[in-house]
Design a protein around this ligand. Structure first.
Ligand code: HEM
Length: 485
């Protein structure tokens, strides 16, 4: 697996090891500090840096719309193979993992994905799930709450309700039901590292025999199997196939809406779509929402002034707390200005602590890519590290390293547009996040409802929790107290 470069002259700057071995990228990720390592590389070598024999990282944000284009010109690289779940013994391409534009488009056109991208359908369920969270906090008043886990409990339960109706039972049981959160975090860490050497994938994560062997160890962290076989009764998969027999006990869930009164069998396209969304819904969407929410709380706790201003604006009587109404408040407008503080705080938190920081990989198409004085040949894997783009002083100002939500409110239209263009938390272009609006609505609902009734305080033993980022942000030893106001 050590690849020695044989090309004549490599003019792209970068560390020597990156030129000769793909394992250099494993080293970049393995300690959980990839974002700052990428930032240091760019500081040292400039806007174009070689990070592997076939990998180049670009920090110049004018390449964002090129590498993350709207027409599938730059396709996803093999890194995403590691996120393909094994379903019926074979790796299953999902809307997120596939590099095939046709499959991506068809899965996106599917009713299931289409419905998930319409947040207004789920406002009531989202509101109820936040109410459930608040009830649990009331019951645990005075206790210190593990906030690196509870947002997962909330997001996993809520997503289950949206997709299937019913609940997983994380919040009700006040614990990591079936060990799913732990498995999710552990496997994500390993897949991110393994994704740097995707040639290992066919013999490991994508290999049914290997995975079956791993699963014979009860401690093996496998969230997909736990997800499929767990859940409130009946289990998740049986819930899908027995849907029509269950006489629609899942209310207005996505499953109910998609299936209406049709019969479902395990080979029908809808069944596969639902299973596909299950993987997306949990292993991408709910996890991303949970970790983003943790980052928001982390940012607010780090800046009591912002926490207080936000809480005051939420608690003021003329404020309408119906978050789904504000889904389209991406740009400023007079009538929505009263709700923007929550949007600004969320965006600023996600700018500072974006959940996926290593570059999202794309493959240079036929014809190559000219970046400054370099020509990257077809097949080169490129990416723009979000951490670096989010701290670009030309776009976010000289205080780009500071948490300052006001920047989203003060900027004029053209500055705001540039900030939006550099904001990569939800990805970009045709492979950007389809659940962005749903996620914003969920997080807004949480922040607005919880801050309406609670003050949040640190309760960690240490001053600050430890933060790591492999592929997704992770917080350790992060405890808070919810104090009724
Ligand atoms: C705060 C929460 C979320 C964040 C930060 C987030 C982030 C992202 C990012 C960065 C990508 C692009 C990944 C890449 O190009 O490598 C993405 C794609 C995607 N997201 Fe999200 N996401 C969130 C919530 C959701 C939700 C709630 C859903 C479900 C409705 C969802 C569904 C998807 C799907 C299906 C894709 C793949 C789109 C494609 O490849 O065409 N995400 N997300």
């Amino acid at each position: 697996c050590f690849v020695i470069r044989t090309r004549q002259k490599d003019t792209i700057p970068g560390p020597l090891l990156a030129r000769i071995t793909t394992y250099y990228r494993v080293w970049l990720l393995i300690a959980g500090d990839a974002p700052s390592k990428y930032a240091s590389l760019h500081k040292r070598f400039g806007p174009v840096v070689r990070t592997g024999p076939n990998h180049v990282s670009i920090s110049d944000s004018k390449y964002i719309p090129i590498a993350y284009d709207a027409k599938h010109v730059f396709r996803k690289g093999r890194f995403y193979d590691v996120f393909r779940p094994l379903y019926r013994g074979k790796p299953m391409d999902t809307v997120f993992t596939t590099s095939d534009p046709a499959l991506n488009k068809s899965l996106k056109r599917s009713l299931v994905t289409h419905m998930l991208s319409r947040p207004q359908l789920y406002a009531k369920e989202v509101d109820e799930s936040v109410d459930m969270f608040i009830q649990q906090m009331q019951a645990m008043e005075g206790e210190s709450i593990d906030i690196s886990s509870w947002p997962f409990y909330w997001a996993f339960d809520m997503t289950y309700t949206l997709v299937f109706g019913g609940s997983f039972g994380f919040m009700a049981n006040r614990c990591d039901f079936n060990g799913m959160v732990h498995s999710f975090k552990t496997i994500l860490r390993s897949t991110a590292v393994l994704g740097q050497v995707p040639q290992w994938c066919p013999t490991t994560l994508a290999n049914d025999r290997f995975m079956t062997w791993c699963r014979s160890f009860s401690s093996f962290p496998d969230p997909t199997i736990k997800l499929l076989n767990a859940g409130s009764s009946p289990n998740t998969l049986r819930r899908v196939s027995e849907h029509t027999l269950n006489a629609h006990d899942c209310g207005q869930s996505l499953l109910c809406r998609v299936l209406a009164n049709r019969t479902l069998n395990e080979d029908s396209p809808e069944y596969l779509e639902v299973v596909n969304v299950l993987f997306e819904g949990y292993l991408a969407a709910a996890g991303e929402v949970a970790v983003s929410l943790t980052s928001i709380i982390y940012s607010l706790l780090g800046d009591p002034r912002v926490m207080q201003t936000l809480a005051q604006s939420i608690r003021s009587k003329d404020m309408k707390v119906t978050p789904y109404l504000f889904v389209h408040a991406q740009l400023r407008s007079a009538e929505l200005s009263n709700v923007l503080p929550s949007t600004a705080v969320i965006k600023e938190s996600l700018r500072m602590h974006t959940s996926n920081s290593p570059p999202m990989e794309r493959v240079v198409p036929h014809g190559g890519l000219a970046v400054n004085e370099h020509l990257l040949p077809e097949g080169t894997v490129v990416g723009i590290p979000q951490y670096v783009a989010h701290r670009d002083q030309n776009v976010y100002g000289l205080d780009a390293d500071d948490f300052r939500p006001e920047r989203w409110l003060e900027a004029d239209e053209s500055a705001l547009r540039a900030m939006e263009q550099n904001f990569m938390t939800f990805g970009k272009g045709c492979r950007g996040c389809v659940g962005r609006e749903l996620a914003m609505m969920e997080m807004r609902a949480f922040v607005m409802k919880v801050l309406d009734v609670y003050d949040i305080e640190w309760a960690s033993e240490t001053v600050r929790p430890r933060v790591a980022n492999y592929w997704m942000m992770e917080y350790f030893d992060f405890y808070v107290r919810f104090k009724p106001r």
